[in-house]
Design a protein around this ligand. Structure first.
Ligand SMILES: C[S@@+](CC[C@H](N)C(=O)[O-])C[C@H]1O[C@@H](n2cnc3c(N)ncnc32)[C@H](O)[C@@H]1O
Length: 359
């Protein structure tokens, strides 16, 4: 469900312009930068770049690299915080949107906790340059929903990747009937589960009340009876031991430090039934210096400080310690054709991290 501010043409025109510039950055600037890098790397005196740091050093004085990085940071900033950015636009319509977020909600769909305490890592940074993060302002969920429509600028149908991931899960789900979506946000990752499988009992947990309210409104509008949203840390869900068959998350792991990821996997190991499926969609950059330079640069420029530590952590060990099998890491095609060798556009390094609890 979208809770948009009242239509205002300058806002729409500005947001469309920002999106067009992001497309230019994705389709034209990125391949040009890659070509520039390849030409420079082929001409270095001494050994070729081996790490993201080496690539950084090689491209530090390259105007195209500077322009690429500047535009990446500032387009996101313009999208959220500029005069016609998302946060100010929603603020103009605050009273209406806040009223909508009060419900009514379907019985039992939403469980919030008064005085809920957020983990420190979560409040320390405005994640992906969202002013105040996705938790501190009542409108943050609605703003995030609007922002997420253009996160991957080439995506035609914005919900597409979540349905593609859902297909991957259901292909492995067997007779599973109970699913936990960790870090469910405003329900975009959760909705395909409860709408595609009405016989499945779905729980979504997240830290952010503003997102959970929007998720619950959407489920109410969907007249769904098989979903329950609860404000909880994914590392401490409050669910019973062995009470779910699938634990999943979409774009959550890279938003937390390794210590917390280990705690989340422990929690997954605890709540999964024997033989249960652990399956997370996230970003892991392959061992290629240029790709890693781009990914780590994105992390810095977009306020995603935990992306590099996730990339470097020992996921085998973290899964084993949680009673889960060492995971299989599978590249994920978020849109048709994005994994084709001829694709030169910028993209996130999407992967699925799949494991099981011993039967
Ligand atoms: C990038 S969003 C993805 C939301 C949703 N899964 C989707 O695909 O649209 C990451 C979400 O993880 C949540 N999150 C971060 N740390 C968490 C934690 N420790 N426990 C539960 N949720 C967490 C954030 O509040 C945010 O809603």
């Amino acid at each position: 469900m979208a809770l948009d501010p009242r239509p205002y043409r300058p806002f729409q025109a500005y947001q469309d312009t920002v999106l067009d510039m992001k497309r230019y950055w994705t389709r034209e600037l990125y391949p040009a930068l890659e070509q520039t890098y390849e030409a420079k790397a082929a001409n270095v005196d001494g050994p070729p770049p081996k790490s993201a740091t080496d690539v950084d050093a090689l491209l530090a004085d390259e105007p195209l690299a500077q322009y690429f990085g500047w535009l990446e940071r500032h387009l996101q900033r313009m999208k959220y915080s500029g005069r016609l950015g998302l946060a100010p636009a929603f603020d103009h319509d605050r009273a209406n949107i806040e009223a909508a977020l009060e419900g009514p909600f379907a019985d039992g769909v939403l469980e919030l906790t008064d005085g809920f305490e957020q983990p420190d890592y979560y409040t320390a940074v405005d994640i992906h340059q969202h002013p105040g993060g996705v938790w501190s302002d009542e409108l943050a969920g609605a703003v995030y929903e609007r922002g997420a429509r253009t996160t991957t600028p080439l995506m035609g149908r914005d919900a597409d990747l979540h349905y593609r991931f859902t297909d991957q899960i259901f292909a492995r789900a067997g007779a599973a009937k109970r699913l936990l979506d960790m870090g469910c946000g405003f329900g975009k990752s959760t909705r395909p589960f409860y709408t595609e499988r009405r016989d499945m009992e779905v729980t979504g947990v997240d830290l952010a009340e503003p997102c959970l309210r929007l998720a619950a409104l959407t489920a109410t509008e969907d007249q769904a009876r098989n979903v329950h949203y609860r404000q909880a840390d994914a590392a401490d869900t409050g669910l019973d031991d062995g009470s779910v068959d699938i634990v999943t998350s979409t774009m959550m792991l890279h938003e937390m430090p390794p210590k917390h990821i280990r705690a989340v996997l422990q929690e997954a190991g605890r709540v999964l039934s024997p033989g249960g499926l652990s399956i997370h969609l996230d970003f892991l950059s392959e061992d290629d210096p240029f790709k890693r330079y781009i990914h780590y640069g994105h992390a810095r420029r977009n306020n995603e400080p935990f992306m590099p530590p996730l990339n470097e952590m020992d996921l085998d060990e973290a899964h084993r310690a949680a009673g889960l099998e060492p995971p299989e890491i599978i590249p994920f095609e978020e849109m048709p054709g994005t994994l084709d060798a001829g694709n030169t556009d910028w993209r996130f390094p999407w992967v699925i991290i799949v494991s099981r609890k011993a039967a």
